[in-house]
Every structure is written in structure tokens, then in C-alpha cells.
Write a protein that binds this ligand. Structure first.
Ligand code: GAP
Length: 514
């Protein structure tokens, strides 16, 4: 079994080799933390986006979707608080000259303590066997309680220091915990400084009239400023949601984990406008609903956990992350934030326009509260892709590399092969491709032996392979092979569409959320 670092390296090289993700501008040695999606990657990304859009917009009659511009009036970002408060606390190591997020260094330290707890739990589970009660163990075992207390003390001190802008105490904490530079081992740190993450640009041709703009650091503000337009034109009644997907930009300083943290990335966000006072109920509703969406993809229920925020962003009264077990450990995949009426109130103040909702039942106007769900599309891509990549030992002592993508998300749903490149078999195979391509993304391949073609499609994540042979010419039947089970069946050409549809259909997958 590969260790986590090896597994992550394999993920990155497989993503390149099979046309999923390339380094941006690679011929010029690339651009750090910027990536391009290749022929298969673009399809996988689109399928994830569609899966989200179907679940959020199409399946909810009170949620609509928009597509706001990346450029927004610069006052938007003053009002939203991003100009003043969208900062990361950074610290430099004086010896290695490497820059880190101070809060991430501390969180990684706590993650190591958590790993120690996991080890204790695993040891005890082995010792006690079926009689093992995890909840009881973690609430009574002295060593586990000690680790947990240490984690809680560290995180709450960090949250308090960041809240109070006490950066000297953040540095003191790093020094007290003797946290070393993960690359060089040096503990020679600079002071902690705040760094704004927004990219600036200019609108207009002449230097004196040009307007300073920002590339949006989140898609959410495009929804807030359109709240009343959508509510009025769509005759929306509270509670209702506005969803969108689109690019966001952040000048991330610590950007080392492939597409986990990028400078240009895509978000899928939904703002749910609610009556003030109902935010707790909706917070719980969206926590549960979003977790069900993740679990519907069958990527392992144990690979998710909630992480409630100690330090709340300037706009939130409650927040949690859905964390996923990436090859480098549990990390944030999606955020669920109770944003109060902060954003709408701020935009009212800065624009001088009323952004209120008239409630006919109460015969009163109010500024709605907002519950937000926000997931990074690229991060979701990494979760899906890294979870899917496995190496399997086969019965004949060989291994196969297989990308077990959820079939609904796979870029190519079926590959069609003629057994040989003659005797009219390619013509029949191409006819099958022509028939199936109305419903699915399909691929034709006639190069190499069939076994090799199967392996290529396994590594590519294609759920089905269809082989046309000489019997096909007699009885219109083909062999269909399933990627995960490798089971092969003889079926009629006329039945192919239904067989594939059954497994790749969005409905089949989304119904698991019920
Ligand atoms: N509107 C709220 C908001 O933007 P966030 O927690 O800063 O909240 C939401 O971002 C999600 O966007 C994260 O959970 C993550 O999946 C994704 N994300 C944030 N920064 C990212 C980056 N630099 N690269 C890739 N994805 C990122």
C-alpha cells in the first residue's frame, strides 16, 4: 500500500498522463498554483458542476440559478469587507525563506495530535474486537482526553488571537509549540503579518481615468447585489435560494497542493434567503442536505466529517466545513455559513438602495438572513479523482490501475472496440458509437490488443467497454465489460443504451439523497 505522499504523487501524474489536468503554460515552465483542465478533466469538471446544479437548482422549486460577471463595482468589495478583512496571517521562515500561513502551521500541528488519537483508537479497537465502543473509549481514555484537551486549548487560543488581531500571540504560540518549518526543520520565524488576497486590475484605457477593480474572490457577492432583481422578477417568496457557479481568484501565498489551493478556481455557491431567527434551523437543514449530496456519490461515508469553525469570518454567526479525507488528510471541501444579514445590510449602506423583502403574511419588511453553501469545484474534482484512483491486485498476480469514478461523473461512459481491424467489425463498432453518442459521451478505439484497450479505459475511468466480434455479425450481440467488476456479458446491441443509462443516469444517483 502506497503511503499518502506516494499516493498523492500518483494522483498528480495520473491526472496528467490520462488528460485530466495540466500545469498552466507548461511550455514556459508553468505558473504556480494555476492549472488547465484537459480533454477528460473538462468533462469530469462539467459533470460535477451539472450534478451540483441538478441537485441544487433543478430539484428545488425555490432555488434559481444566475451567472453574474466576474468584474463588479469596486465598492462591492469595500461593502463586503474584503478590502479590509480578506487577509491571511503569514509568517516567513528566516532560514528557508519559505512563507506559510501561520494558522495552517498551527492547524497542521493539531492534525498530528488528532492522528495520535486515531492511532490510540485503532489500537484499542484491535484489542477489544467486537466489544469495542469508540464513543466510550474516546470519552474516558486518559491519553485521548489529554490530546483532545491540548487541541482544544491551542485552537481556541489561536481563534481568540486572530479575532483580536493579536498577531504577536499567534507567533508566540508557534514558538511555544516549537513548530518547525516543514521543509527545512528550522524554527527561526519572522513576525506574523496580514496579507490581502484579492487580485487588482484596471478598467479603462487612460491612466488618469482608469478605475481600480478586483477580480472577485468569491462568487457570492454577485448573488447579494442581485438579490432584489431576482426576487422581484422571479416573484420569489422567502425562503428561497440563488445559486451560481463561476470563477473566483485569490492571491494564495501557500499554494502547494495541486488543485486543492489555486489562484484561479471555480466555486459553486448558493445563498438561501430566510426569515431572521430561522437561521439555526436552516443551518442544520443545509448541513444535512449537503452531506447527503456528497454521500450519494458513494465515495465512502467515513471519508467525510464536519469541522465547526472556532474563528468565524467577519460575516458569520455560525459556520462549519464538510471535510474530506484527501491523500494528505482531512481538509475542507465545502463551507456552510450562516451569514446573518451582514452582506445585504452592508450593500444597503454602501449603495443607498433598500434591499429588503416585503413579507405579505406578516405585512412587514425586513432584511433577510442568509444561509450559504459554498463548494470549490476544483477541490471536489480532486476529492473525486484521488478517491477513485486505485491499484488492484488481480487473481493472476498482476495489478491493474483503475479510476473508479462514480459512473455519473465519468468523462467517457463507454468505449467501443472492434475485436480486429477488418472483416467489417470497425464499421459495426462505429455504427454503435454513432447511435450511442446522442445519449452519452462514447469513445472508439481500435489500436492494440483488446486486453490493452480494456486497461487503458480502466485507467481512464470509463465504466463500460463494448467489444464487437465476428458473432456480432451473426446475431447482433456484443460483449459488454464492467470497469469495476471486470464482469463480461453478452448482450444485444439494441439493449446497450438502457444498460448504460441505468448506471450513469443522474436520477439513479441523486435519488440516493432521499
Ligand atoms: N463565499 C464563501 C467563501 O468563499 P470560502 O470558505 O473562502 O468561502 C468556499 O470558500 C470554498 O471554495 C472552499 O470550501 C473551497 O472548496 C473553495 N476554495 C476556496 N479557496 C480556494 C482555492 N484557493 N483553491 C481552490 N478552491 C478554493
Amino acid at each position: 500500500m502506497a503511503n499518502n505522499d506516494d499516493q498523492f504523487k500518483k494522483v498528480i501524474s495520473h491526472a496528467k498522463e490520462y488528460g485530466y489536468v495540466f500545469q498552466s503554460s507548461e511550455i514556459y515552465d508553468g505558473l504556480s498554483a494555476v492549472y488547465d483542465y484537459a480533454q477528460n478533466g473538462a468533462e469530469l469538471k462539467k459533470n460535477i458542476r451539472d450534478y451540483w446544479w441538478k441537485a441544487m437548482v433543478q430539484m428545488h422549486d425555490n432555488i434559481v440559478g444566475i451567472d453574474a460577471a466576474i468584474f463588479m463595482h469596486p465598492t462591492t468589495w469595500k461593502a463586503s469587507g474584503h478590502v479590509d478583512a480578506f487577509n491571511d496571517p503569514l509568517i516567513d521562515n528566516k532560514d528557508s525563506k519559505k512563507r506559510y500561513r501561520a494558522d495552517v502551521l498551527i492547524e497542521d500541528y493539531c492534525a498530528k495530535l488528532e492522528a495520535k488519537i486515531d492511532k490510540e483508537v485503532a489500537k484499542a479497537a484491535k484489542r477489544f474486537g467486537d466489544a469495542f465502543n469508540k464513543a466510550e473509549f474516546v470519552s474516558t481514555n486518559g491519553r485521548v482526553l489529554g490530546y483532545q484537551e491540548k487541541i482544544d486549548t491551542i485552537l481556541s487560543r489561536m481563534a481568540k488571537s486572530l479575532e483580536n488581531e493579536d498577531l504577536a500571540d499567534v507567533k508566540a504560540l508557534i514558538e511555544e509549540l516549537e513548530i518547525a518549518d516543514p521543509l527545512s526543520g528550522s524554527k527561526n520565524w519572522t513576525d506574523v503579518k496580514q496579507f490581502n488576497l484579492m487580485f487588482g486590475t484596471k478598467l479603462g484605457a487612460s491612466a488618469d481615468t482608469a478605475m481600480d477593480l478586483y477580480l472577485r474572490p468569491e462568487t457570492a457577492q454577485g448573488i447579494f447585489v442581485n438579490f432584489l432583481n431576482v426576487q422581484k422578477t422571479g416573484r420569489m417568496k422567502i425562503p428561497f435560494g440563488i445559486a451560481q457557479t463561476g470563477k473566483a481568484f485569490r492571491n494564495e501565498i501557500v499554494a502547494r497542493q495541486f488543485i486543492f489551493r489555486m489562484r484561479e478556481f471555480e466555486q459553486m455557491e448558493m445563498q438561501f434567503f430566510i426569515k431572521p431567527g430561522t437561521q439555526k434551523e436552516w443551518f442544520n437543514y443545509w448541513k444535512e442536505t449537503r452531506l447527503k449530496w456528497h454521500k450519494s456519490l458513494g465515495m465512502g461515508d467515513d471519508n467525510y466529517r464536519f469541522h465547526d469553525h472556532e474563528k468565524l469570518a467577519h460575516y458569520a454567526d455560525a459556520a462549519t466545513d464538510i471535510e474530506f479525507k484527501f491523500p494528505f488528510g482531512f481538509k475542507e471541501l465545502e463551507g456552510i455559513h450562516s451569514r446573518t444579514d451582514f452582506d445585504l445590510k452592508q450593500h444597503e449602506e454602501y449603495s443607498g438602495k433598500k434591499l429588503q423583502y416585503f413579507d405579505h403574511e406578516d405585512n412587514a419588511s425586513y432584511t433577510p438572513y442568509v444561509l450559504e453553501t459554498s463548494i470549490g469545484l476544483d477541490r471536489m474534482f480532486l476529492a473525486v479523482f484521488s478517491n477513485a484512483l486505485v491499484e488492484e491486485e488481480l487473481d493472476n498476480n498482476t495489478t491493474r490501475t483503475v479510476l473508479k469514478l462514480p459512473a455519473v461523473l465519468a468523462p467517457v461512459k463507454a468505449a467501443v472496440f472492434p475485436l480486429v481491424k477488418k472483416d467489417g467489425l470497425p464499421e459495426v463498432a462505429k455504427q454503435i458509437v454513432d447511435d450511442l453518442k446522442w445519449d452519452f459521451n462514447v469513445f472508439y478505439d481500435e489500436k492494440d490488443a483488446v486486453g490493452k484497450r480494456y486497461r487503458r479505459q480502466d485507467a481512464n475511468g470509463t465504466p463500460f467497454c463494448i467489444t464487437v466480434d465476428h458473432d456480432t455479425l451473426e446475431d447482433n450481440s456484443v460483449t459488454i465489460r464492467h470497469r469495476d467488476t471486470m464482469e463480461q456479458k453478452r448482450v444485444k446491441i439494441d439493449d446497450l443504451r438502457d444498460i448504460i443509462k441505468k448506471e450513469v443516469d443522474v436520477k439513479h444517483w441523486l435519488q440516493k439523497m432521499k
